[in-house]
Design a protein around this ligand. Sequence first.
Ligand SMILES: [Zn+2]
Length: 481
Amino acid sequence: MARDGLGVTPQSEDFAAWYNDVVFRAEMVERGPVRGSMVIRPYGYRIWELLQADLDGRIKATGHQNAYFPLLFPQSYMEREAEHVEGFAPELFTVTHAGGKELEEPLVIRPTSETIIGMMMAKWINSHRDLPLLLNQWANVLRWEMRPRMFLRTSEFLWQEGHTAHATADDAIAETMLALGIYNDVAVQIGAMGTVPGEKTPRERFAGAERTFTIEAMMRDGRALQAGTSHFMGTRFASAFGITYTGESGAAELCHTTSWGMSTRMIGGLIMTHGDDKGLVLPPAVAPYQVVIVPIGRAEAPLDAAAELAAGLQLAGIRAHVDDRPQLSPGFKFNDWEMRGVPIRLELGPRDLAAGTALMSRRLTYGQAEGGKEAIPLEAAPGLLTAELAAFQAMLARRAADFRDEHTAVVDTWPEFAAAVAVGWALALHCGGEACEDEIKALTTASPRCIPLAGEPEQGPCVRCGGPSAYGKRVIFGRAY
Ligand SMILES: [Zn+2]
């Protein structure tokens, strides 16, 4: 538990408690009345909106169109693709009654929408001229969660799911990689996260996919967070749902489909990538408030000047906010905004005003201009702060990438492996055997996160059992969320 009203449990003491303190105290979420459900409060939802707007722009810019499909569909849809239903069965919510009567066939609340969208694709695709079909949906999905954690694992969450159909496997693979690239750009450029794009090992694949690609991001406790996944389905869903097109020869051909998703889980990833013992640290690109101005003293002049400064910053495209809560001391406000992760704070008192300046503090420094408060001229504030915010965003991205690199070890022996996954990630050769994987998990709780796309071809003995390595490359192992 936190020690005083505003403080949070130090990360080094208990990372999970720190996380909980932060999400509730920063007023990002509230627990819902049903187990595993979450209310996203305005401060958390604004972060989602900013992420969503950016990702939506990228999805549209690459030729996809948004549509919306029903929340409910017949249970039999799930059953058409054997691996899909088997994978999702433990997490399904089904509706058995409606209008006070038992339904003839239970309805499923979507855990994902491959099946309902597959049904519609079968209807809409006739000839090769209908391809590719590039759809995206913004929606909520439900998956029963035994051990919920706010943003990371909740029974209901928000996401987008892209669903596309193509004439050839090559086109579908290219689409799968395009979506993965978009996710990596969002995570790195907007979320300032330290990621590794790669392919999932067979056991970690999406239920029904032929190949699953992922971006894995490193959190500040050394664990991995799967931050976005992109799946190549081959023709499995096309044959289950009859998604065919008439080829140029006149014969019916199966389409190749993909799906890809990024969710509100990203918010948890942002929190755990950047936060520190004082609370949240938000990248400016997703910060609800990028600059908070705290007027000092009870006189009217600083209040008026703060409002004027905020208006000027807003005109320059900066999300600026004046904290004019009269009943709270400046010191309380400083701590409050620090805990809520605002990148830059400005103080504006009578003395600053007389000098035509404001006192700027950064939420943290990492090779940025060190030191405490810095006086900045009011008239130059919009340009200066625009540059400061860009530098802050770049600094966070660099810090996260450095942290990922410093906590990733190339290992060839078991003791090295165990030491690496205790604090971060191990890049190791593995035999790909399930029993060997299970043994590693039992001993260290680490699992294969991905085969990095950037990895060089390599062969050798498995780090655990000494058997010949699979995959032709090193695999990242780590503990994961
Ligand atoms: Zn092995």
